[in-house]
Design a protein around this ligand. Structure first.
Ligand SMILES: [Zn+2]
Ligand SMILES: [Zn+2]
Length: 235
């Protein structure tokens, strides 16, 4: 079925696309609401270790150890329509929402990630714990990563990293220390995976405290990854 030059799938007829913010039919981010998306300018980037301002999100030399993240790029502020989109993706399997979401990322941001991570990097979405994946049926970070890999032209690897510990949701935890403790030894690299000389773009939907990303980066680097640059949709 062709309508206005676009192919309309059966899925669109059963679940018509509506703007996640104002509810108007047509797309998940309507023409008016996509202007309300707050991009994070590069001069407001933060170091993923101390969370203080840092040029382009590169980890400060003083914060750097062998196993820390090399930097962090977050595309949008976690508020308004971006917050709603992230939450919608967590509870409903809508892969085309992922694609529309990724299309809001500027070419400039895509280029800066490539510059930092290198053109031979692999894209690794932060995995869910096996039981949570079974409950939910999909990993929202993976849905977004599929769309992002099309923009970055980097391959996705979902076989490298696994989540060995089921953690309590970060948002429910008040104290920073509790959240960090919650995230120790959560990830492991699967046996038989060789990460020597690997450059990794570690991807997640949201960065709240950075504890998840730091923990995953630690596991990747202990297994030999040369660099790990974190990317999140929002912060
Ligand atoms: Zn709208
Ligand atoms: Zn720092």
């Amino acid at each position: 079925m062709v309508q206005g030059g676009f192919i309309v799938s059966v899925f669109d007829l059963v679940f018509p696309r509506r703007c996640v913010s104002c509810g108007i039919f047509g797309r998940y981010f309507c023409a008016a609401c996509r202007f309300k998306v707050h991009r994070i300018p590069s001069n407001e980037s933060i170091c993923p270790v101390c969370e203080r301002p840092a040029i382009d999100g590169a980890t400060h030399p003083r914060c750097r150890t062998r196993y820390t993240l090399d930097g962090l790029t977050s595309f949008f502020r976690y508020e308004g329509i971006v917050r709603v989109a992230v939450r919608t993706l967590k509870y409903r399997f809508v892969s085309d929402l992922g694609e529309e979401f990724i299309s809001l990322v500027s070419d400039e941001c895509i280029q800066s990630v490539l510059l930092r991570a290198g053109e031979h990097a692999v894209l690794v979405p932060v995995p869910l714990h096996r039981t949570r994946l079974l409950e939910r049926g999909f990993n929202q970070a993976e849905i977004l990563a599929v769309a992002l890999s099309g923009r970055l032209h980097l391959p996705i690897r979902t076989d490298m990293l696994c989540r060995t510990k089921k953690t309590a949701p970060q948002v429910g935890m008040k104290k920073r220390e509790a959240r960090i403790k919650n995230m120790t030894a959560v990830f492991a690299v699967r046996s038989g995976i060789d990460l020597k000389n690997a450059h990794v773009v570690l991807f997640d939907d949201v960065c709240t405290t950075g504890a998840t990303l730091r923990s995953a980066a630690g596991a990747l680097k202990r297994s030999g990854a040369v660099s790990v640059w974190a990317v999140t949709m929002a912060r």
